[in-house]
Every structure is written in structure tokens, then in C-alpha cells.
Design a protein around this ligand. Structure first.
Ligand code: NAD
Length: 551
């Protein structure tokens, strides 16, 4: 009953739960664990090191059982992947409220978390793993594409053609990097210790080629760089070793970053440890393993600083590698910036962030119809049109068909209402689920990532994500979550998520209008409060009330 088994969400328009408001979270939980979507579904790990969708298989079964029978005026409470209660609420209330991995400040360390996890009391929810809105590697693709486009704009005249990028980590999120670089016309070399991860990216069209040796890989990417040809090449190796070696060999690399699972030292393979020994060693001697992982990260980051000294564009890609490397003895770890202050903050100031939706029907035609609708809704947005066209050409759906794009305050609710109308009219064959990443403007406190280097120094203030979650709950979201430790690891972030089901009903339209306005609105509010001029302009132009401005 409670053993690992392949999971796949139902497709089509027949309900297995009592309403679409519970069918939505049910299918999305299952979709997170679909072997096509999850990195390690047998252990309920969706992505991001050990980011899980449910605590264990028994808890998974209980969540499924409860969602299948939940009434439209009841709310299920999930504590770190385990369903713990059902309460009578009302139709406007979320159907599911989730809290993942939260620990009291002084206890918020990996060793304490692991101790509690080993006792079966908690789980690591990452961001969209434990909040059931992961959509496979596409979820990160658009943000990664945007980031590399911003790098191109900042340093390389608007294109990566003729540049070479070096990066590490081809996992669930990191696997988007090669395609994001080639979509910007660049050449990229990606290093991963695990060949199966690289093969999976190649299979899904995110990676062009695997090279058998580092020399061969370097020759291929240098040829592409010289010919200004887009090409991605993967090579098996330890990033600490390979980065240092490429620096030593003075390979002309223009951009360097990394997306190994550095946020969790047990999910980063130290030099000198084999893939086969990895997990048993990490479980048996976590402290020794952590020390060795941090030493390797220090070596990798030292090489990254070396590339920066040599003139390359270098940035931390949101995996906390600088902080871990500093703990491993790299004194200059913070010499290069995180990607948010370097490229993304201006978008966050407008409430912009990764907005995503999923066709519960399982029919790709539903996503094609929404793609068309989005482009028609925002006719002046050439950037958006270009992204949707590229995504249609390149993105291989994993699990339920889904789409992502960045929309801001006073934009998202228009898209949501349009989708709801399309469900109501029968233009779409089943409801649409609309959510977002926690890599977001208003719902995250994460001083090494989303809130690094805030203008007013408020990086570590975590009231903002809590207000975001409370507001989404009050506004009618279908499920709302509060997490700790996503992206950058335990002790380093607090963040919130919301998802809403567009089931075509007038009630859903009312909720969508509020949730998809208020949720990005908190991003504008947060940046107004921190003193960002652009956020103040957006608030004035688009009518966000700021009490401290009123007399
Ligand atoms: P993942 O666990 O699915 O993949 C990590 C990959 O790193 C694995 O394939 C693993 O084999 C590889 N790896 C581990 N140690 C290595 C080493 N020493 N050398 C080379 N490869 C090594 O994780 P993911 O979902 O891809 O996330 C990667 C990181 O990015 C995480 O820290 C995550 O929190 C962070 N992240 C960043 C963003 C962002 O927007 N920038 C978003 C989500 C996640």
C-alpha cells in the first residue's frame, strides 16, 4: 500500500475528486511525482537536491485519499508533506494550506533539520516540490533564458553569439542552462558528476551533445564559439576539478556560473568521492561529508573568482555556493554577485516573476490555445511573443502540458481571467491551474538570492513572505504554502507560494481577479517599501495603495 510506485496524474475532463478545486491539487501533486517530471520519484524527490512532494508514501496515500473526498467548504492542512487535519472553512478559503520545513530561528540548521527528518518529523519542500506546482525543467527555462539574455545585454551587445559559458549541474533546474544559452545563440559547456542527468537533458532536448572527454568537449565548444554557433556540450566530471583545470589552462571562457545542488552540502559531490559511494557516505558521515563538500566548493568558487579576475562575467545562480564556499575557507567567495541584484531586481520591482499554468486535461492543444491567448492579450510585448514562440519550438513537455512566462502586476489577472473564460466556453477541454515559482518578487526573503543587497538593507526581513501567504489565503487562492530553506538551504530563506484553479466558474473568476492582482502586488509593495524608484512608479501608474503615502 505505502510503497514506491509510478505515479501519473489523471488526464481528461472526468473528475476523480469531488470538484475541480480539489482535482487541481490532486493532479498537481501526482504530476510532481510523475517519473517524467520528478528527478527521483521513487523517493518522492521532485528536484533541487532533496525537494520532496510528500513526506513518505504513507503520507502521499493519505493526501490523495483526503483530496479525493474533500468537500468544497473544507480545508486540508499539510505539515511538511504529511496531511495532519481537515477543517470546515468556506468556499473562498484555500482547499489546501501547506507549511514545509519551517524551523524556529536558532534551530534552523542542516544538522538539526536532518535529525528531525530522520525522526520522520519533517521534509525538505524546496520551492515548488512541496507546494505541488513544479512543471519540470521548463519552469526554470524561461527565467534562465531571461537571465542569460540580461547577461548578453549587459556585456555582449545583446547576444551570446561568439561567447562561451561554463557551468555546473544538469539537474532538474540546472538542466535548463544549456538550452537557455543556446536560445541566446551562445556556446556552453556544462559539467555534471552524474552522466544520467546529462543523458536525461539530451533526451529532452535541453542539451545538444555529450562529449566523452573534457578535451573533446573543450574542442567542440571552442569551435562553436569561434564560428559564433549556438551549441551545448555536456561532460561528466566534478565541477570543482573541471573549473580549476579550465582556469589553469586559460580556456577563453566569457561567462561562468553554477547550478549544482550546493545549497545542501550533502547534495554536492566532493572531489575524490565516487558517484556510487555518494549517498551511503553522506548518510553515514554527514559532518565529514559536509566538510569535504565545502572544501570542494571552495576550490570551485576560487576558480570562479579567478575567471572573474581574468575578465569573465561571473555570477552565483541562486544555489548558495558562495556561502558554502566561504564556510569551506574561500575568503573571496562573495567577490562575484548573485544573479538577482545583477540582472533580475528591476523586473521584481514591477512585480514581475515566473508565472506558470498547467492544462489539467493533459492535452497540449489546451496550452497551444493559451499561448495564442497570451500573445493576443499583450500585443505590444515583443519580448513575450518571442519567448512564447521559442518555447513552442523548443520545450518538450514533461508531465502535464504547461507554460511559463514572466508577467507583472496588473497583467497576471488578465491572463487568468482569459483562461477562465476559455474553460467556461469550452475552448479548453478542462480547467487550468495557475501558479508561480517561489523565485518571486514579493513572496520571498532570501538574503543570498531574491533579497540579496536590497536597497534599504532589509534582505533578511521575513515578514514579507508571511504577509504574501496571508493575503493569498484571504484572496481566494486554491492552495497556499509557506516554506523555509528553498533554493539556498535551511536557515537561509522563507518563502510562500500560491496556486489557483481556473475552473470556468464565476466564483473562480472572482478569486482569480483578486489573487492574481494581489499576489504580484505584494512584490511591488515590497520594493516600494525598500525604496526602489521603479516600484514607486509602477505603484502610482497602476493604482497600488501605499498607506504611508496617504495623508
Ligand atoms: P538537482 O539536485 O536536480 O541537480 C543538481 C545536479 O548537480 C545533479 O545533477 C548532481 O549530479 C550535480 N552535482 C552535484 N555535485 C556536483 C559536483 N561536485 N560537480 C558537478 N555536478 C555536481 O538540483 P536542481 O533542481 O538542478 O537545482 C540546482 C541548484 O540550483 C539548487 O541549489 C537549487 O536550489 C538552485 N536553484 C536555483 C534556481 C534559480 O533560479 N537560480 C532555481 C531553483 C533552484
Amino acid at each position: 500500500m505505502s510503497e514506491s510506485r509510478p505515479v501519473r496524474a489523471a488526464r481528461g475532463s472526468t473528475l476523480t475528486a469531488k470538484s475541480w478545486q480539489t482535482e487541481g491539487p490532486l493532479r498537481m501533486l501526482m504530476n510532481n511525482l510523475d517519473p517524467e517530471v520528478a528527478e527521483h520519484p521513487e523517493s518522492l524527490v521532485v528536484y533541487g537536491g532533496t525537494g520532496k512532494a510528500a513526506r513518505n508514501w504513507e503520507a502521499y496515500d493519505a493526501i490523495v485519499r483526503t483530496l479525493t473526498t474533500l468537500e468544497k467548504d473544507e480545508t486540508l492542512l499539510v505539515q511538511s508533506g504529511k496531511p495532519v487535519g481537515v477543517f470546515r472553512t468556506h468556499e473562498w478559503a484555500p482547499r489546501v494550506l501547506i507549511a514545509n520545513s519551517n524551523l524556529v530561528g536558532d534551530w534552523a540548521t542542516w544538522p538539526e533539520f536532518r535529525r528531525l527528518e530522520a525522526l520522520g518529523l519533517t521534509m525538505y519542500g524546496q520551492m515548488t516540490a512541496g507546494s505541488w506546482i513544479y512543471i519540470g525543467t521548463q519552469g526554470i527555462l524561461q527565467g534562465t533564458y531571461e537571465t542569460f539574455a540580461a547577461v548578453a545585454a549587459k556585456r555582449f551587445g545583446g547576444t551570446l553569439a561568439g561567447t562561451l559559458t561554463l557551468t555546473g549541474g544538469a539537474g532538474g533546474m540546472g538542466g535548463a542552462q544549456p538550452l537557455a544559452v543556446t536560445m541566446n545563440d551562445g556556446a556552453v559547456l556544462i559539467v555534471d558528476v552524474d552522466e544520467s542527468r546529462l543523458l536525461r537533458r539530451a533526451e529532452h532536448g535541453y542539451l545538444d551533445e555529450l562529449a566523452p572527454t573534457l578535451d573533446d568537449a573543450v574542442a567542440r565548444v571552442l569551435a562553436a564559439k569561434n564560428e559564433k554557433r549556438a551549441l551545448s556540450v555536456g561532460v561528466v566530471g566534478n565541477a570543482a576539478t573541471v573549473f580549476a583545470e579550465l582556469l589553469e589552462r586559460r580556456i577563453p571562457i566569457d561567462i561562468v556560473t553554477d547550478q549544482t545542488s550546493a545549497h545542501d552540502p550533502l547534495a554536492y559531490l566532493p572531489e575524490g568521492v565516487t558517484l556510487a559511494d555518494w549517498h551511503a557516505y553522506a548518510a553515514a558521515k554527514p559532518e565529514e561529508f559536509t566538510e569535504r563538500a565545502r572544501a570542494s566548493m571552495a576550490k570551485q568558487v576560487t576558480a570562479m573568482v579567478g575567471f572573474q579576475d581574468a575578465g569573465a562575467e561571473v555570477f552565483d545562480y541562486g544555489n548558495s555556493i558562495r556561502a558554502e564556499a566561504e564556510l569551506g575557507g574561500c575568503a573571496r567567495a562573495f567577490d562575484f554577485p548573485g544573479f538577482v541584484p545583477a540582472y533580475i531586481r528591476p523586473l521584481f520591482a514591477e512585480g514581475k516573476g515566473p508565472f506558470r499554468w498547467v492544462a489539467l486535461s493533459g492535452d497540449p492543444a489546451d496550452i497551444a490555445a493559451t499561448d495564442k491567448a497570451i500573445v493576443e492579450l499583450f500585443p505590444g510585448d515583443e519580448h513575450l511573443r518571442r519567448w512564447i514562440t521559442k518555447a513552442q519550438d523548443t520545450v518538450h513537455f514533461e508531465g502535464l502540458p504547461a507554460r511559463i512566462c514572466w508577467l507583472g502586476y496588473q497583467e497576471r489577472h488578465r491572463a487568468g481571467l482569459k483562461f477562465n473564460e476559455m474553460v467556461a466556453s469550452g475552448e479548453l477541454s478542462a480547467p487550468i491551474v495557475i501558479g508561480r515559482d517561489h523565485l518571486d518578487s514579493g513572496s520571498v526573503a532570501s538574503p543570498y538570492r531574491e533579497t540579496e543587497d536590497m536597497l534599504d538593507g532589509s534582505d533578511a526581513i521575513a515578514d514579507w513572505p508571511l504577509l504574501n501567504a496571508l493575503l493569498n489565503t484571504a484572496s481566494g487562492a486554491t492552495w497556499v504554502s509557506i516554506h523555509h530553506g528553498g533554493g539556498v538551504g535551511i536557515g537561509r530563506s522563507i518563502h510562500a507560494g500560491q496556486v489557483i484553479v481556473a475552473d470556468g466558474t464565476p466564483l473562480a473568476a472572482e478569486k482569480i481577479a483578486r489573487v492574481l492582482t494581489n499576489d504580484p502586488g505584494t512584490g511591488v509593495m515590497r520594493h516600494v517599501d525598500a525604496g526602489y524608484e521603479r516600484a514607486a512608479e509602477v505603484a502610482r501608474e497602476r493604482g497600488l495603495r501605499v498607506p504611508m503615502w496617504e495623508s
